[in-house]
Design a protein around this ligand. Structure first.
Ligand code: 5GP
Ligand code: ZN
Length: 113
């Protein structure tokens, strides 16, 4: 989708701090870190929300989540991690290209939740 900011990141039209990339998936740091290491993982193909994911797209995406969570744990040494996804404006979705948030947690006062 030409006006989608995450498609532009996938296509290299706008920069992002990439954490991981393969044929199907891109992970990059959230521009507005709710905690240190806040990362988004997205399918390279444009899918607006969970309702649009095919089993194949979901499998290619979710396969990477444990590896990414472990990489973030190793890099940032958090004491916990929230992994979440917002679907629809009323659920807090603001970018309409499916994405999973990985939010490392550091204890009380870490800025999230
Ligand atoms: P949502 O609210 O849709 O669940 O999450 C969208 C996330 O995308 C937000 O946390 C926001 O900070 C992040 N975001 C929005 N625009 C950009 C951008 O251009 N680059 C990066 N790296 N993150 C972005
Ligand atoms: Zn997109």
């Amino acid at each position: 989708m030409s006006d989608c900011i995450f498609c532009k990141i996938v296509n290299g039209e706008i920069p992002a701090a990439k954490v991981y990339e393969n044929e199907h998936v891109l992970a990059f740091l959230d521009i507005s870190q709710v905690t240190k290491g806040h990362t988004l993982v997205i399918p390279k193909v444009h899918k607006e929300n969970v309702y649009e994911l095919t089993e194949e797209v979901a499998a290619n995406l979710f396969r990477e989540v444990p590896k990414l969570a472990n990489a973030l744990k190793k890099a940032y040494d958090p004491i916990g991690m929230n992994i979440l996804n917002n679907n629809g404006e009323h659920a807090g979705q603001s970018v309409f290209h499916y994405h999973i948030h990985l939010i490392p947690r550091y204890g009380e006062g870490d800025g999230f939740g």
